[in-house]
Design a protein around this ligand. Structure first.
Ligand code: PLP
Length: 354
């Protein structure tokens, strides 16, 4: 089986080797050292300034999205959510459950987020914007500079779910004025699912986190940030994932995050050209480097099934109303051009059967 998914993805040999090893006990200076280095390298990889804090959760990405909301906003605030797919919808569900008022900028499939779409939401006293920088359910990459400017003009905090964008698309926490940035282990980091990383700006920490009752024990940032001063987490962390994270962050630093983004961009562009030659369509909206969405209406589900059953190649199927319309081919993790050549060959054969 070869994974062309968005998470879990094909892992690197170092990660696989590490996962077979006995885990150490974690309340030790040695493990603290690793976590402090994780914090430093993570912040460096997103260009976060010294005063930004890092929170390491043992949970999937959705818990980090929920934590980001409940630690910084209350029932007395109003939020704006970009809803361009299933992950945007999830931010709304989180607000609803926690009774935080919100409005949605809704996009239909194939619709790009533009300045005009944001226009009606200017000067409306929103406290913050919740956005999935790469809406992974469609592959759309939003214009972070446009959103950043919108937030500055309207005095809103900028909360970025970068789970689908980290390691694929350019991120500059400081320059883009991001207040919380969320990353999860199973996407570009190519680790096992179960760990999430959140960077918290100095200003949102001082002005919101410190004074807000999160209403949660496990997800409370105050405890996490206090513990991280000495490189520890309040509860037992996913020790193995955080050790592997250290390997990956070091490797990414050696290669350079810009180079990683650029290589993924090249690979994605090359793949998209070939996909179009096969007669499939790629949507027009701006795309993340993390994946290529392929319109194969009405055969998308069958394309996914046949690639998996007959060729052992797993692309990412879609859910809901996109189920028969879209498959997504991931460019994350340990995959190289030769793998895509094989995938394209298989796609061509399957397509002849439609
Ligand atoms: C994968 C992903 C998530 C996280 O989902 P989990 O299943 O909870 O890990 C959240 N947001 C985006 C944009 C994603 O791509």
């Amino acid at each position: 089986m070869k994974l062309f998914t968005v998470g879990p993805v094909e892992m690197f040999p170092d990660t696989l080797e590490m996962s077979a090893k006995q885990l150490p006990y974690f309340r030790t200076p040695e493990f603290s050292e690793v976590m402090l280095e994780n914090e430093r390298l993570f912040k460096e990889s997103i260009c976060a300034p010294e005063e930004a804090k890092a929170v390491f959760l043992t949970a999937s990405g959705t818990a980090a999205m929920e934590a980001a909301v409940i630690n910084c906003f209350t029932k007395g605030d109003r939020l704006l959510v970009i809803r361009g797919g299933s992950f945007g919808k999830r931010f709304g569900e989180i607000c609803r459950i926690h009774k935080i008022p919100f409005d949605e900028v809704k996009l239909s499939f194939r619709e790009a987020l533009t300045k005009e779409k944001l226009e009606p939401y200017r000067r409306k006293d929103y406290k913050g914007l919740l956005v999935n920088l790469h809406e992974t359910s469609t592959g759309q990459l939003y214009d972070i500079d446009m959103l950043s400017e919108f937030c500055k003009e309207n005095k809103m905090y900028l909360i970025v779910d970068a789970i689908g964008a980290y390691g694929a698309d350019e991120i500059d926490f400081e320059r883009q004025g991001i207040d919380e940035l969320i990353v999860s282990s199973q996407k570009a980091l190519a680790l096992a699912p179960g760990a999430a990383l959140i960077a918290v700006s100095g200003r949102i920490y001082q002005d919101r986190v410190l004074s807000i009752e999160s209403g949660s024990l496990y997800l409370d940032f105050k405890q996490h940030i206090e513990n991280m001063r000495r490189g520890q987490t309040p509860f037992t962390p996913a020790v193995g994932i955080f050790l592997s994270l250290n390997q990956r962050l070091r490797q990414m630093q050696r290669t350079g995050i810009k180079e990683i983004n650029r290589d993924m961009h090249r690979l994605a562009c090359r793949f998209r050209k070939e996909v179009v030659k096969l007669g499939f369509a790629v949507p027009e909206y701006p795309l993340s480097n993390a994946l290529t969405p392929i319109v194969a209406e009405p055969h998308a589900e069958r394309l996914y099934e046949r690639l998996k059953e007959e060729y052992g190649m797993v692309v990412t199927p879609s859910g809901g109303e996109l189920k028969t319309i879209l498959v997504r081919v991931g460019h994350l993790g340990n995959v190289r051009w030769e793998d895509y050549e094989e995938l394209l060959g298989a796609m061509e054969e399957v397509r002849h059967g439609f």
